[in-house]
Design a protein around this ligand. Sequence first.
Ligand code: GLC
Length: 751
Amino acid sequence: MKNNHLKIGFGLVLILSMSMNLFGQAAGVEEKIDSLLRLMTLEEKVGQMNQYSGFWEFTGPPPKQDAAKVKYEHLKNGMVGSMLNVRGCENVRAIQELVVNESRLGIPLIFGFDVIHGHKTLSPIPLAEAASWDLEAIEKSARIAAIEASAVGINWTFGPMVDISRDARWGRVMEGAGEDPYLGAKVAVARVKGFQGDDLSAPNTIAATAKHFAAYGFVDAGREYNTVDIGTSTLFNIVLPPFKAAAEANVCAFMNAFNILNGIPATADKFLQRDILKGQWGFDGFVISDWGSGKEIVNHGFAHDLREATELAANAGSDVDMESYAYIAHLKNAVEEGQVEEAVIDDAVRRILRVKYKLGLMDDPYKYCDPSREKELLYHPDHMAAALEMATKSIVLLKNENQLLPLKKDQKKIAVIGALAADKTSPLGSWRLGSDDGTAISVLEGLSNYSTDFKYAKGPDLTEGLVHFVFELKINETDTSGFAEAIQLAKESEVVVMVLGEHGFQSGEARSRTKLDLPGLQQQLLEAVFEVNPHIVLVLMNGRPLAITWADEHVPAIVEAWQLGTQSGNAIAQVLFGAYNPSGKLPMTFPRSVGQVPIYYNHYNTGRPASETDVFWSHYIDESNKPLYPFGYGLSYTQFEYADLQIEDTNPNAIEVRVTVKNTGKMKGEEVAQLYIRDRVASVARPVKELKGFQKFALNPGEAKTLVFTLTNTELGFYDNAGKFLVEPGEFDIMVGGSSQTGLAGKLMLK
Ligand code: GLC
């Protein structure tokens, strides 16, 4: 596609950037965009809507081999608006120079990357971070990720992923903030603010992307890329709130999704992208497709061919095409032949250019290409310290019988068992494309900072054969070598720390599981060790809730340590030896068995919630309805007591809820007090419980604190099936406590 117009070059773009309007004032961004649009050919406009992956990296189906040549030509001719997966200042500069110097208008590219939980220095997987319920720490974690990513030329992250999910079988639960829309919305805002900072034109802030719009976390049966078919109440009350919050936090971009939603592929969903996002919410950023989701509209049976898919996606409000090669092939013709109005193209290009102006790229395309920052900031000690703090706060204490934990500093004869205890890569978790294998502090390394009196036995391997991001992982189900040594060591020891769980690539994209047990031979190993020494501290390293029911029934102490990133081993050691008192609370329900999934706390009551007399009520004949561990649950080495719940409608627009919390134990600790409501009767049935407030705070032994929560219409209302927000008078249950299942209860009569 040769561009045979007169070459004007970046110089003009720069002049436009400094141009004055008719009134002699510095032209605003919109006026600059207007001027630029008037100069652009239709081909060049379509080019801005085209995104390619770097020549040497992909996070989706690998491109055809000759793609690199085509991409080079298109870059040179201004047929590309952004790139993803380009690594390092040098490569970013090289590609930017090609575009700025060779293409007719020289409009700079934006460089995107999946910066999900850190770039080089990795913080805990997002689900673990959400378990901290510490919004400040989460924002700081995203801030550091942006500092490191921007130091290597990246100015746009495909994060935060804000998909709510209730299904632990789905591999991408590791990437979100769990099952609740209120917590999910708060975490989404913290991450957007962390990535984008206060000034997007600064060289250490990057554009953020709320993804995947929408409902990807509700794939049928938890199977990756599967169909999504949900009711409007779930869509409006559960799925959309975190996206709306991200839009209100001025996130620069949205990414739509692979899934079909109620029969419409998300990439071609006009209702979602135009009516809701750009219409009702007034979103002024741009929407990018997911990798190849544009061409997959054909697979969904929603378009006959790529040409029709192109028209449908563009008209539905999908502004940038990631690696479908659809827009670059068909969009110009679709406009020339009238299937797509040029106004649609202009709107998309305006949105894209707006972000490029906000990032300051139109003034300085190389502002993110300072190699000195790359040298100075990656793996910076301050980032390591923040990652350690984030990791310790993300750990959830699930069980601690007879106060087996914390271990004494002078604890003798500690056995450490499990392949994951020595693993320096799995603790980094999935979605860590920018980081380096082997850079996690292992549990063994972390423990050695607190005790030298421990011996290690690996037990059986967790995996076998080649492990690579894009290939199926082979879990060891047969090779029991290592059992005898582990059992012997357990016999000789006073306490056994077992580190069990999932490989880092057993969760993440394209990693759905049909089971939620400990993979491979780990359960057998746990039971065999328990036989000879029941004084076990189980440290879980996993990317999703697991149904560890046997462990809960037998093992005295269980610590949920997720995949905590670079500082994993140090954080785990700090908690095991009591240097940090665990304060995490589960952001997602842990099931007793996979047969209960999807299982979540904010469920409806049903017409037959219980019965003492017969079997005709909502239950299983072979499993309890109760979760293994509920949403919001987490223990501490100390204890907290709740008292004096008071509910007052202080003024017509706000209800004040007060409660006093006391640390009645012997150790300083942090508590997450959670406020739940239940709207007893409404024009659309409401869940038995909904999180509508939380506060995390520290208390010294014996110290008490009175908390005040405020409930307004925002918290008390809900969306009806037409998406209308309603607040209805009537009776509400109010509960405040340390989990979704425990707390002080009161009533509110809303007038
Ligand atoms: C992947 C993911 C998406 C990611 C994109 C680019 O397939 O679905 O979350 O941002 O491709 O890597």
